[in-house]
Design a protein around this ligand. Sequence first.
Ligand code: ISL
Length: 590
Amino acid sequence: GPQRKWWKEATVYQIYPASFKDSDNDGWGDLPGITSKLDYFKYLGVDTIWICPFYDSPQQDMGYDISDYEKVWPRYGTNEDCFELIEKAHQSGIKVVVDLVINHCSTEHKWFEESRSSRTNPKRDWFIWRPPKGFDSAGKPIPPNNWSSFFGGSAWEWEETTQEFYLHLFASRQPDFNWENDELRRNLYDSSAGFWLRHGVDGFRIDTAGLYSKIDGLPDAQVTNPNSEWQYPGPETRNGPRIHEFHKEMRKYFEEQLPPGKEIFTVGEVGNCADDGLLRYTSEAEGEMSQLFNFAHTNVGANPYFRYSVLPFALKDWKLGIAASFLFANRTDSWSTVYLENHDQPRSVTRFGDDSQEWREISAKLLAVLEIALTGTLYIYQGQELGQINNKGWRLDQYDDVDVKNKRAIIQEKYGDDSVQMQKFEEGVALFSRDHARNPMPWSSREPDAGFGPHGGQAAAKPWLAVNDTFREGINVEDELQDPDSVLNFWQSAIKTRKMHKDVLVYGQDFQFHNVDDPKLFLFTKEAGETGSARRTMFAALNFSSEPSDFSTPWPDAKLTQFFGNYPTTASSSARDTLKPWEGRLFFVD
Ligand code: ISL
C-alpha cells in the first residue's frame, strides 16, 4: 500500500482569514482571532490548518492580489502575530499551511511598479508585456490575442505610459508573472515561500499551480463562447510546456530552506488536467508537489466556461467526478485530496445534499460519511463542519466578489438589468457564488453578527460581508457544541473514526463502484492492505435521496459489520437492507 506520511493522514481545516474571527472589532477577521480558536481545532480533531492569503494587498481579489509577500496585511495583524500563531499552533500539535499565490501579484507590488515604469526597466521582463496587434478605426489599441480573463473581459490591460499591454489571467490588477525569466523565479520563490519557510510553516497550498507556463507565442484561444469577443484560454495556459520543470525547481528550492529532518507538504490547485499530468505533478519520484486539488467533482453542474450558467447533473456524473479526482493515484507513488468545499465553492449541503429544514442535518452528515471514506488527505472548509448552507434570498448587489461584480457589469452593459440574461445570472449566482463560502463564521446565536467580533461592551463593527442568517436557526458553533446530535459533533466522531480505521479509510486502494448507474445510491468498496489475510474490504452504502432505498452488496453471502453511519446503528447487517433517506453506512466485509 501507499507509504505512510503525516500529511497523508492529516485532517486539514481551511481558514478564510477575513471571515474567521475578528479580535479587534474592525469588521475583518484576523490572525489573533485564529490563535484564539486553537482549542476549537483540537475539539474538532483537525491537526493542520491552511490559512488563505493574509499578506499585504489592496484586496481586489480578497488577498489573492499580493503587494508584499513578506508582510501581513495590517487589518489581519502584524508579522509578529503570525509568528505567534505558528508557534502556539505548534505547541498545540497543529501544523500550519499557508497560501502561495505565484501566478500573479498585485499591480501595487514594487516589482510591478518597477516593471511598468519603462520598457527598459531591468524588471520589465518579470511580467508579460506585449505590443498591440494594431489599432482599430477609433485609434484604440487591439490586444495581442483573444484571451479572456477568468473574471470577465479581455485578459490584457493597456498601459498608456509605455504603449504596451500586460497579461492578467485574473483581475486587471493581478498581473501575471513571466515564469520564463530565471531571475524572476528565483526572487519569487524566495520572497513568497522562503520567507515563510524560514518562519516555520509546514507546507503550502499552491494557487493556480497549473497556469505558470504559458504556451509559446501566446496564440489565440479556440472560440468556445460565440457571444463574446474574448475566449477562455484553456490549453494555452494550463499545464504548459515547462510546468513540470518549474515545479521541480521550486520544490528543490523549498527543500534547501528547511532545517534538517523537517518535512513539509504542498497541495497544488490543478483544476483541469489529464490523468498522466496529474500523476506526474504528484509522483513522489518526480519531486514536484505532494498532492493536488482536482476539480472533476466540483465542476459537475457548472459550465466550465461560465460558472453561473447552471447545468443539470445526475448523481452518476458526480460519482464519476469524485472518482476522477483521486483514482489516478491508485497503486502509484502519487497522492491526492478529499474535499467538497473551499473559498471558491458554494456550500456542499446546498449543492450535493438537501438544504431544506427537514434534511439539512442528515444530508450534511451523509457528506461527512462519504468524505471520511475516501482515500486522500481530507480537507474541511470553515463552516462546513456546522452544515452551513448557501445564503438565501440575497440580491445581486449584496455580493462582494470581484467575479460577480465584473460579470454583472458586463451583462448590464450588454443586455440591461431587466433582461432574461440578468435573471439567469442571478439564479446562477444564488447557487454558485464564491461568497456563499465567505460569510463570517457563526460562533454564537445570541450575539450580534453571530459573535464574529468581540462584544465585551463595545459597539460591534459591521462585518465586511454580512453573516448568513442561518446562525439564528441553530447553525452556529455555540448551539452545535451543546447538541450531541449536531453536525459539528458528528464531524468530530467522523474524524475520530477516520483515524481509527486509517488503513482502509485514509490509505485504502482499489476503489470500485457498484451499480454506478443507480440515480440514488452511491455504493463502493475499497481494500486495505495487500493480498491474503492482511487484506480487508470495506463497503460503503450511501443514499443520496429523501426516499428509503433498498441496496444489496456485491456478494450475496457476505457478512457485513457496520462501523460507522449517520443514523443510529441497526443490529441486522445482512447483504440486503434498506437505507433511510440520506443514510450512509460503512461496513467491514467478512
Ligand atoms: O479554471 C480556472 C483556471 O483554469 C479557475 O477555476 C482557477 O483555477 C481558479 O479560479 C483559481 O482560483 C484561485 O486563484 C484565483 C483566486 O481568485 C481564487 O480565490 C483562488 O482559489 C486568483 O488568484
